[in-house]
Design a protein around this ligand. Structure first.
Ligand code: NAD
Length: 294
């Protein structure tokens, strides 16, 4: 069992750290928010009063922070306080450029590093069923694997530094675009007098089949567990979808990739958030699309 430091114990980091404790690891944690740190203590995480205290003596450090700027603020403090050879894993969803900068900081400090963003939301974090998309060296990945397995059920090595973040934003760009497409189809079906169930029965078994239809159907009824049946409580909040779509567009801009539907999806989710819907599930965008004139 390893001595692990966990930095950022919020909605995702809290339950992830708790699963590391459950797996028998010795986990020390730090978060800027005192209430969050107290909640983590209740799950068996040893609270530290600052980052350097949390990471001192750790073999592995995990960060789960909001954005790239937070990671690039925390990592220099971490790297200044750990022994060379320590593995630092960032599980936050951040831009690819910041992820690569973080890897470079680790390399300069003689440490191993991995970007390992996750999919599966707070439910997956609590259940220990997250999917990890990892970028970094084979050595870093093999050292991280047993620790990631305590928090997730699928661990994919996507390539070198930044490849995990690249996979995450490409996947979520597909999701944002496909959800809007599915919502448009259901809204059009309503205008044509087609029942939700009939369209679901066809689309979920035909060429329109995708996760947004079959698992996360944006209208109540056909998939009882989807947030549409629960007043669009997240699930996956529209604000987080917007964040990921914006990251995809930053990456498209910096690489010269053409992603016109990704750009349109980002604009629609920005409008949806502006209308006060950032905290609702991202599939609730069907309500805005129903009312949108073309
Ligand atoms: P959160 O805001 O609940 O938690 C982030 C925590 O980081 C906060 O408690 C904050 O106090 C702490 N923090 C910020 N700066 C810090 C610092 N310098 N040192 C110590 N602690 C610091 O956010 P979350 O929902 O847990 O998301 C974390 C990351 O996971 C984000 O990048 C998000 O995009 C990604 N993610 C979230 C979900 C989800 O469903 N919530 C799903 C997949 C990925």
């Amino acid at each position: 069992m390893a001595r692990i430091a966990f930095i950022g114990l919020g909605n995702m980091g809290g339950p992830m750290a708790a699963n590391l404790v459950k797996a028998g690891h010795e986990v020390t944690g730090f978060d800027l928010a005192a209430t969050v740190l107290q909640a983590a203590e209740a799950t068996g995480v040893v609270p530290a009063s600052h980052i350097s205290q949390a990471v001192s003596g750790a073999e592995i450090v995990v960060t789960m922070l909001p954005q790239g700027k937070h990671v690039l603020t925390a990592w220099p403090d971490i790297l200044a306080s750990v022994a060379s050879g320590t593995l630092v894993i960032d599980c936050s969803t951040i831009d690819v450029d910041s992820a690569r900068k973080a890897h470079e900081l680790a390399r300069t400090a003689g440490c191993l590093s991995l970007d390992a963003p996750v999919s599966g939301g707070t439910g997956g974090a609590t259940a220990g069923t997250l999917t990890f998309m990892a970028g970094g060296s084979d050595e870093a990945f093999e050292k991280a694997r047993p620790v990631l397995e305590a928090m997730g059920k699928k661990i994919i090595h996507c390539g070198e530094a930044g490849a995990g973040q690249a996979a995450k934003i490409c996947n979520n760009m597909i999701l944002g675009i496909s959800m809007i497409g599915v919502c448009e189809a259901f809204a059009l079906g309503e205008k044509l007098g087609l029942s939700h169930q009939a369209l679901f029965d066809v689309a979920s078994t035909s060429s329109g089949q995708c996760w947004s239809v079959s698992t996360y159907c944006p209208v109540p009824g056909p998939v009882p567990a989807s947030p549409a049946n629960n007043d669009y409580k997240p699930g996956f909040a529209a604000a987080l979808m917007l964040k990921d779509l914006r990251l995809s567009q930053e990456a498209a801009l910096s690489t010269g990739a053409s992603t016109p539907l990704g750009a349109e999806a980002a604009q629609l989710y920005a409008l949806f958030e502006k209308q006060g819907n950032g905290g609702r599930d991202f599939s609730a965008i069907i309500e805005m699309l129903r009312g949108r004139s073309i």
